[in-house]
Design a protein around this ligand. Structure first.
Ligand SMILES: [Fe+2]
Length: 261
């Protein structure tokens, strides 16, 4: 069965609606979210409404934790904190109750869903093959879905009792291979990764509402029985920016949406 994975919607309803429309077009019934439903964008309530209506299962992100756990303001930069303040002002009591009900991780069969870093961390980024290398000893699931970086990436972890060549790194197109001892990690930044027996995977579907990989289109992932694929969707960025301008958001927060940064 195919499932869709989204992350870092960040109150961007235009982007979320476009992604959900595309997921519906693909005939995918189930959607999971790696958190950060709120923050940065102008429409937190509409996003939470759509999550509820569509039955999207989400874990807690670090921006959601500002509402749910009262995460300390020092955990956010000035821009993020400003936007969170604006978001909180717009949330109803029901919206806050919904956010407060999100768990730090969700275990779904042989898959773990978490915002930043397995098993349940909300703040520390997973960017590189070296980050994955540190996680390997604790990996007891086949697939991990994470978000937080706002950049789509897919990692495959292979282990061999015979060991690999030793410490080596090689690049082929945009993919990176890292080998050390009996562990080999391959990083992919686009397209589709085939799921192979015996391997473990960490997938980040990228951000719906504020991509930062230089591509302003909304990003999401599709997990099938034997593959994971990153997909991108165009949405009406101008409409989101207009709402932000009308609500008095700082210029930096809307101009970055056109750049995907
Ligand atoms: Fe985020």
């Amino acid at each position: 069965m195919r499932c869709a994975f989204i992350s870092d919607v960040h109150s961007n309803f235009e982007a979320l609606a476009a992604v959900v429309k595309e997921i519906d077009r693909l005939g995918i019934k189930k959607i999971f979210s790696a958190g950060d439903i709120i923050g940065y964008g102008p429409d937190p309530g509409s996003c939470i409404d759509l999550f509820r209506r569509r039955g999207i299962v989400s874990v807690l992100g670090n921006h959601d934790a500002f509402v749910a756990e009262g995460m300390d303001r020092l955990n956010y930069n000035y821009i993020a904190f400003t936007a969170l303040g604006l978001n909180c002002f717009m949330l109803s009591a029901d919206d806050k109750a919904y956010i407060s009900g999100l768990k730090r991780s969700e275990s779904i069969d042989d898959l773990l869903l978490v915002h930043a870093r397995p098993p349940d961390d909300l703040k520390n980024y997973v960017w590189s093959v070296h980050d994955i290398f540190d996680l390997v000893p604790g990996m007891d699931k086949r697939v991990y879905i994470i978000g937080h970086t706002h950049s789509p990436v897919m990692f495959k972890v292979e282990r061999s009792a015979a060991g690999y060549v030793g410490m080596s790194q090689s690049y082929s197109r945009s993919n990176l291979v890292f080998e050390s001892g009996n562990t080999k990690i391959t990083r992919y930044v686009s397209g589709e990764v085939k799921l192979e027996p015996g391997c473990r995977y960490v997938f980040n579907p990228g951000s719906v509402g504020q991509p930062r990989d230089g591509d302003p289109r909304a990003s999401f992932g599709v997990l099938a029985d034997d593959s994971f694929e990153i997909r991108r969707v165009k949405y009406n960025i101008g409409r989101t920016v207009k709402v932000m301008e009308d609500k008095g958001y700082p210029e930096f927060l809307h101009s970055r949406l056109f750049k995907g940064r």
